[in-house]
Ligand binder design. Structure first.
Ligand SMILES: Nc1ncnc2c1ncn2[C@@H]1O[C@H](COP(=O)(O)OP(=O)(O)OP(=O)(O)O)[C@@H](O)[C@H]1O
Length: 242
């Protein structure tokens, strides 16, 4: 295993003549929680779209685990390699139970198929981690917005991802739900996993991120701890000061 989980190398994505990503390079290590922040249109979602195989770059590549170039692979192949994403909008199956969701996540996701007892253990462990044990037989459609977010995190977690991407995990959550989500994200940290979080809630980012990358106009404006990010004049100018 390489120390670097994701090496983003000279990525350029164009929509017409507009560069959503402009020769962007950055590295994300195993063991860290990395927040990607920046103003609307900075390219955060586009970056996740390239990593997860939804958008093809015009130039550049994304190396996973020091060896695999993701930019030529399908979304399914990238997911199978262990890179998983929770999208911004919750999209649970309203008529399936919480438990069934986690089984689906474990079953379709697990790189080595689990036998029945191992699957059972995995599902129980994930329900415990995301705090939904008491809700396990409820229908997903009956859950609160926060619980739906945790359920979706549970689904991706069930596949034991090497790279976990969370797109705005606390948008629309109450303060208490946001706090619980921060504790959850910290609990998902592992030496053999990289966690990448796109978020606009700076207090949340401060609580979860080991390092923060600030994007602006498709490029890295600043990278460092949240303390340093808050103190950087250029970041305050284009984003935090607004
Ligand atoms: N399919 C597309 N076609 C044309 N333009 C696009 C497309 N997808 C994104 N863009 C543009 O690329 C730019 C970067 O968008 P992106 O969604 O990556 O920004 P973001 O940093 O995630 O913003 P936000 O915080 O608002 O989610 C935006 O100006 C957006 O309008």
């Amino acid at each position: 295993m390489s120390l670097t989980a994701l090496l983003v190398d000279g990525l350029t994505v164009r929509f017409g003549s507009f560069r959503a990503l402009d020769d962007l390079s950055l590295a994300i290590d195993y063991g860290e929680v990395r927040a990607i922040i920046g103003p609307n249109g900075a390219g955060k979602t586009t970056l996740l779209d390239v990593i997860s195989g939804i958008t093809r770059p015009k130039q550049g590549r994304v190396l996973f685990d020091g060896a695999t170039d993701l930019t030529g692979l399908s979304e399914a192949a990238i997911a199978r390699a262990g890179l998983r994403r929770k999208f911004q909008k919750p999209s649970v199956f309203e008529g399936l139970s919480v438990r069934q969701h986690i089984v689906i996540g474990a079953d379709v996701g697990f790189r080595a198929r689990l036998d029945a007892p191992a699957l059972e253990d995995r599902v129980s462990e994930v329900l415990e981690t995301v705090g939904l044990v008491d809700q396990s037989s409820r229908l997903a459609g009956e859950l609160s917005h926060g619980q739906k977010q945790w359920l979706e995190i549970g689904m991706v977690l069930a596949s034991d991802p090497k790279v976990l991407m969370l797109d705005e995990p606390v948008a629309g959550l109450t303060d208490e739900e946001t706090e619980r989500t921060a504790a959850l994200v910290r609990a998902l940290k592992r030496p053999d996993r990289a966690i990448v979080v796109v978020e606009h809630d700076m207090d949340f980012v401060e609580r979860i991120a080991d390092r923060v990358t600030v994007l602006h106009e498709g490029r890295t404006l600043f990278e460092g701890s949240m303390d340093k990010v808050r103190a950087d004049a250029a970041v305050v100018e284009v984003y935090l000061g607004r």
